[in-house]
Design a protein around this ligand. Structure first.
Ligand SMILES: [Zn+2]
Ligand SMILES: [Zn+2]
Length: 161
């Protein structure tokens, strides 16, 4: 999974001034705040889940993703921490929180938006209104299973009504 995100970021290398930006998953980051020197970007996209017990597949229209990013200007290396909110199967009693699987094209769009934020925050570029990112692929309708959504449990889900 991390490899998909890292390769999407590598493709944006020229926009990131040729600096190396590395993506790591970190389930400990929260939307409440960032460490000193770090910036935050919260987004979300359609994603699919598979229950590791019954193998059932379900999709969710907007799965929350939090990015915390930091540029070490001494080494010209950037770090991006990513947390994707999980969901659990509604059919299994012993269900565990499953990681979302984002379509590759949506990872590309999320990274495109994130890179825009990085350029504005870390490189102080003024992108103005030209920073219009591509549209996310999103094909489902239907109710959101708040009971089984990690972001809902934390009260930060964008799908909760
Ligand atoms: Zn299940
Ligand atoms: Zn939710």
């Amino acid at each position: 999974m991390a490899e998909t995100w890292n390769s999407a970021v590598r493709q944006k290398s020229t926009e990131l001034h040729g600096h190396t930006w590395h993506v790591t998953f970190d389930d400990s980051i929260t939307p409440d705040g960032t460490a000193p020197g770090w910036y935050q970007y919260i987004s979300g996209s359609f994603a699919g889940f598979t229950c590791s017990l019954c193998k059932r597949y379900w999709a969710s229209k907007r799965v929350q993703v939090i990015f915390h990013f930091y540029l070490n200007s001494a080494s010209n290396q950037g770090t991006i921490k990513v947390r994707c909110f999980k969901q659990e199967c509604k059919r299994c009693d012993e269900a565990q929180m499953e990681e979302p699987n984002f379509p590759v094209e949506n990872v590309d769009v999320l990274v495109e938006r994130l890179v825009g934020k990085i350029r504005m925050r870390c490189y102080k570029e003024d992108l103005g209104d030209t920073n219009r990112a591509s549209k996310l692929f999103d094909k489902i309708e239907g109710p959101h299973e708040s009971l089984h959504c990690e972001a809902c449990h934390l009260g930060i889900c964008s799908q909760a009504k």
